[in-house]
Design a protein around this ligand. Structure first.
Ligand code: OGA
Ligand code: MN
Length: 233
């Protein structure tokens, strides 16, 4: 997974601007637009109807995708490995701040069952997947800066389980850094980014101080994500 992170680091230098501009945009847009269906309303909002139309069908959040027991099973499986590592903070050019990570190929039965469900709903049938699953542990003060995942190593779809804390994922179009979309990733939800939302938008996980959805504070605690990706075609 080091390769993915290294590529993300390179992307970050140019995309830090996105963070600044899109923060400005969200501050100055009290009339942030919501989506059309009530189901989407719970987890999607953006700076304009156009941007919501642009991502529709390419972003998805499935709330309560896993049960508390399944969250616990995943946590118990990854925690011993993570406990041995220290959060990394101080590299100014890292795309991720305050994190530790690992990857895992073999999972116990309960976790494997969850991952099978993730793969079934997120990826096109027969799509070759990146073998190891990426596990990212963000400290309460940790966050992910805007970046696009490596196009060399990852394919059209990114699917992530959001464990331990609610969080906000912001998407910003690479060609228009004043527009933005927020996804509310509730604890135990699954999010999916596909196609343009994955290739033409940067994604980021907001730090606690910036973690708002439609004007509502969404406290960010320690968060673990379990991310499945497919391979480029
Ligand atoms: C990444 C990333 C998102 C997440 O590691 O490239 O964007 O949900 N992670 O942790
Ligand atoms: Mn990413």
């Amino acid at each position: 997974m080091k390769v993915l992170i290294r590529v993300a680091k390179q992307a970050q230098r140019t995309s830090l601007q996105h963070l600044i501009f899109s923060r400005f945009a969200s501050d100055s847009s009290p009339l942030a637009k919501g989506p059309e269906s009530t189901e989407e309303c719970k987890w999607l909002c953006g700076s304009s109807q156009e941007i919501l139309t642009a991502v529709r069908g390419q972003v998805e959040v499935r709330e309560n995708f896993i049960s508390e027991e399944e969250e616990d099973a995943i946590f118990k499986e990854v925690e011993p490995g993570l406990r041995k590592k220290r959060y990394e903070f101080d590299h100014w050019d890292d795309a991720i701040h305050g994190y530790k990570e690992t990857e895992r190929l073999q999972w116990g039965d309960a976790c494997e069952k969850v991952l099978r469900r993730v793969r079934e709903v997120a990826f096109p049938k027969g799509s070759p997947l990146l073998g190891p699953v990426h596990v990212l542990d963000l400290d309460k003060t940790g966050y992910i800066k805007p970046h696009v995942d490596s196009v060399k190593f990852c394919g059209s779809t990114i699917a992530g389980l959001n464990l331990l804390s609610d969080s906000i994922m912001r998407l910003v179009p690479e060609n228009n850094s004043t527009d933005w979309v927020h996804l509310l990733l509730s604890r135990r939800s699954l999010y999916i980014l596909r196609d343009d939302a994955r290739f033409k938008f940067t994604h980021e996980i907001l730090k606690d101080e910036e973690s708002f959805f439609s004007g509502q504070k969404v406290p960010r605690h320690r968060r673990i994500s379990v991310i499945c990706r497919n391979l480029p075609v």
